[in-house]
Structure formats: C-alpha cells, structure tokens
Design a protein around this ligand. Structure first.
Ligand code: MG
Length: 299
C-alpha cells in the first residue's frame, strides 16, 4: 500500500515513496501533544485519559515521563529549551524548569479560571501563546468535569512580567496553533463543539512587529476531521491532523497531499536527527515518517 496521497506534484518531492509510516508504540487511550527534545534524543507526548506524559526514544522505546500529569495535553519548548505544557486537570499552563520544578505560567484571566488549555507555542520573543477551549472540563475522561468560567479564547502571556492578554476572542473553540517560520503569520484552528455544523477550519492572522494580530480569514477547511494540532516545515507548509491522516497544506491554503495513518490523528511534531521526521500522535498509537522536509523547530 502507499502511505501517501498526492494532490499536487510538489508533494511528491516532500515525501519518499519507500519511507514507511511506522507505528512506534501503542496501547494508549488518546495520545496528544508531541514535542521533540533533540538534545535528549527523545519525544515526549501525552496520553491524556491515563493522566501521563510518556517518553519515546530510538532504541529504548517508551517509558513514563510524568504521572500524574494533571491530564496534560499540548506541549512545546521555549527558547531556552524548557518544556511548556497545557494541563486540563489543573486548568493551567506550566513550565518545567531544568531542575524539574514546575512554574505556573497562567491559570486564570480576569479573575476567572481558565477552561482547559489545549495547545501552546512560544514566539521567539519568549511570549507564550495558548488556546483554551473547554474540551478538558466537559467530561471526566480527559480531566475533571467542571463549570466553564471563561469563553474559549486564545491567550498570550509575557513570562517576563506574567501579564496575560486575551488576543483572540471570536472563536467557537480554538485548538491547534502555530506561527509561520518568519512569525509573520499565526495559524489557529477552530474545531467547534465537535457537533455537526460547527467550524472545522484553520484561520490565518497577520502578526506585526509588536505581536498584534490582524486579519483572521478562514485559511483552509479541514475535511475529514479537524485541525486538532499542526506544525510547519521551514518552507511554511502546514502539516495538520485530520481524520484520515496528516494533511499537508501549502502557505496559500491548498491541500498538497496526505500521509495516511490508520488511526485518528490528533497532532504532529518534527524531530529526529535532521528534524526531518514527522512524529504523529494518533489515538492509541504514535507513528513516525521520514520526510524530505525539515521542521521549523528548535535544535
Ligand atoms: Mg489540540
């Protein structure tokens, strides 16, 4: 079988026809939030319903990195290489310091508790941007069922003074988010309440030098499935979760091709020796495929 579906000839040069989509590990309940630590040669990812963060490394396989994880979901690294995590259970975003201690980045806005931070990115100026839909407090499956106190916004935190600002307030449910490699664009998915006619698209915002956002038109509609999580390569192509695998979307919003994955995909990240591998979290498993592309990620 082929692991790829090509819609644009350009996509043929992005993939290698003989590179498999490999299942690296399985037996989880809902994997999410992959993040690559090149200096430790390992991948961290969440197994949200089992309240744990797992570690996978080539040769060594899978071990538990943190349990309980406060039902952690999305992760990223800041510019100093520290782990930044969204936690449903504690309704907060945290940073894991190099000595292992935990610093709370944000847990409230305007005197009210956040919903359940979902996905997070760090800009080169150190500011931390995260989505706060209510998925993690809707049931006890991926957190603790609780009352929603705030709309589902996107926030920016400046860790130098702890200030938090609601930068996007017109979403149904913001989810995956990522900057373009030159940080002139911020892409944010709206995945709705996961019912029928709710939006399943990615919006694109222009980012000015001060970090202010303008625009926000629908950039691409994901089908089938939703943009739960995505990351970009160094040429600005978006590699996004979808129901049938990973969709590769050009900087113009055109679907170029798909990586077919046998389970529902939640998120992706680039990593590996040359940042040329795409790690994929998909329901009960994690997968990887080597691409002829390089991710816009830290060393
Ligand atoms: Mg997500």
């Amino acid at each position: 079988m082929s692991f790829f579906e090509v819609f644009d000839p350009a996509f043929k040069s992005f993939v290698m026809g003989n590179a498999p989509v490999k299942n690296l590990a399985g037996g989880f309940d809902w994997t999410e939030g992959p993040v690559w630590f090149g200096d430790a040669n390992c991948l961290l990812f969440s197994d949200i319903p089992n309240n744990r963060i797992m570690r996978w490394s080539p040769g060594a396989g899978v071990s538990t990195y943190r349990q309980p994880s406060n039902f952690a979901n999305g992760h990223t690294r800041d510019r100093e290489g520290r782990l930044v995590s969204c936690e449903h259970g504690t309704r907060r975003v945290t940073r894991t310091e190099l000595d292992g201690s935990i610093t709370v980045i944000a847990d409230s806005y305007d005197g009210k508790r956040l919903n359940s931070p979902n996905d997070v990115v760090v800009k080169s100026d150190g500011t931390i941007w995260f989505s706060d839909p209510h998925y993690g407090i809707m049931t006890n499956y991926e957190g603790y069922k609780s009352e929603q106190e705030l709309p589902c916004n996107v926030y920016r935190v400046d860790p130098s003074d702890g200030s938090i600002e609601a930068v996007l307030t017109d979403f149904n449910c913001p989810n995956g988010l990522a900057f373009s490699p030159d940080e002139s664009k911020l892409y944010v998915a709206d995945t709705g309440r996961m019912f029928g006619s709710d939006p399943q698209h990615i919006r694109a915002f222009d980012v000015d030098a001060s970090g202010k956002l303008t625009g926000g038109n629908v950039f691409h509609v994901i089908s089938p499935g939703c943009a739960d999580g995505f990351r970009l390569d160094t040429d600005g192509n978006i590699w996004s979760s979808a129901a049938d695998g990973v969709h590769c979307i050009s900087p113009n919003g055109v679907l170029l091709g798909k990586i077919l994955v046998p389970e529902l995909v939640s998120n992706v990240c680039f990593g590996g020796r040359a940042k040329h591998q795409l790690f994929i979290t998909a329901t009960t498993g994690i997968y990887a495929v080597t691409l002829n592309r390089k991710g816009a990620v830290l060393p």
